[in-house]
Design a protein around this ligand. Sequence first.
Ligand SMILES: [Zn+2]
Length: 453
Amino acid sequence: MSLLMDDFLECLSRGYGHSDKRICHDCVSNYALKSYIIEKGEMKICSYCGRRRKSMLLENLMAPVMDGIRFMYSLAVEELPVDEGEFVGCTYSTEDIFSESIADEIGASCEEIISDMVSLIGDETWCDANPFDVSEDEAEFNEWQRFCKLVKEKMRYVFFEAKDESESSSSPMEILNYIAACTQKIGLVTTINKNTKMYRCRMSKDEKYYSSLADFCPPPLGKAYAGRMNAQGIPVLYLTLDQKTALDEVNSSERQFASVASYRVEDSFPVLDLTKLESIKVPSIFDAEGRTKISTIRFLKKFNEQISQKATNEQIDYVPTRIVTEYFRFLNKGGSSQYQGIMYNSAQNRGGKCLVLFLSREDVLKRKHGIHIIPNQTMYFSKKYEWTSEEEKANLLYVTRIIEETGAKTLSEISEATGMSKAATARLIKKLQDQGILNKKLSETQPPLTKVI
Ligand SMILES: [Zn+2]
C-alpha cells in the first residue's frame, strides 16, 4: 500500500504516469529529444515504428518533454487567481497545449505518440508561464523601441539616463548594456583575419578613377558624411565583403563612374557580427541549455531586422544605429573581445554583408591592423563599361570605336580592323555583350552587330 502511495505521489509530482511503450530516436524530429534518446536509450524494439533502434520508455522521455512544457506553460492553479470558482485569465487543456505548440515542436512520426503523451500527463488546466507579463524578448524590444523614439524625437545628446514616466522602464544606457550582454551571450563575434578580402567603392561624376589607399580612406576630419553607422563629421571606414554590395551600397543615379578597391588586413581582430543572426535558429524548448537563450535570440533577431531596414529619412532613422555604433566603439569595454567594428546586412543588396570598422582617416593612412589595398585589383565600372585594368579599359573602348567607325560586322572583320588576334577580339566582344553593349551574338555567319550605348 505504501509503495503504491509512493508511486502515486511521485507521478503526481513529476506530472505524468507510467507507460511500458518504447520510443526510438527516429520517431521524433526535434533535435534535443532525438539526442536525448540516442544518449540515454538502448537498442531495443520501438513500440511505434517496430524497428530496432536506440530507444527508451516513453515515460523516460517525458522528463525533458515536461521540462519544455513547464518552460512555456504553468499549471493554472499555480499562477491564476480564482473568482467564483473560475480561473481569471487564459487557460488551456493538456490537449490544447499539444495542438497549439507542443506537438509541432516534438515532431512525432505518428499521432499515437502525441495522444500517448497527452494521456500520460492527463487532464490538467494550464496557463502561460508568465500569464500577466509579455515575454522577455517582447519586453526588451519594447524598451529598444522606446529608446529609438526617444533619440529620434525627443533628445539626442543627453539621453543616457532618461527614463519615461513608468518607473519600470529601462534607461537608454541599460538597454544598450542589455544589447551588448545579448551579443556576448550568443557569441555574435567574427574574427576578421588577414585573408579576409573586403571592398570599398568610390563614385565620381566625371570619368575619374581612384586607386591609392589615400583615395579610399575615410574622408578627412569634419568632412565625413553621415551614414547608417556614423554621425556627420565622425569618420569610420565602410567596407563590404563582396564587390556587388560595395557598388549597390553607394549607388547613385547621377554618379556614373565607380572604382572598387580590394582591401586586406595584416592583423586578426574581432568584430560584432550581426549577420550571424540570420543563420542562428531559435533553440527548442526541449533543449535544456539552448532554451535559456530563446528570448535573447528572439530579441536580437528583431533588433537586427529593424536596424537593417532601408531608411525613409536617413538623418532621423539612422540615429539609433549611430548611437549603437558609438556605444560599441567607445563604451563597451567588457568581455574578452573589444569589437573593432560591426558587420551588418546590406539594405541595398539582399544577402550582402557590410562592415564598418572603427577607423579614422589617420588610422587607415597609418595602416592600423596592417590595412592595405591589394595592388592591381581595383575594378573600374561605369554605366556602360566594366573593366579590370587600364589596359582592358583601353582595349574595350578601342574595339567599340573600331566597330563604330569601320562598320566591321564579323569577328574576322573586327579582328582585322583592330589588328588584334581573333581570340583576344572574341574575349573583348564577349565582355561587351555580357554588359549589354553589343546585343547580338557574334558569329562568322550571322552579322550584323548592333552597338547599344
Ligand atoms: Zn520508432
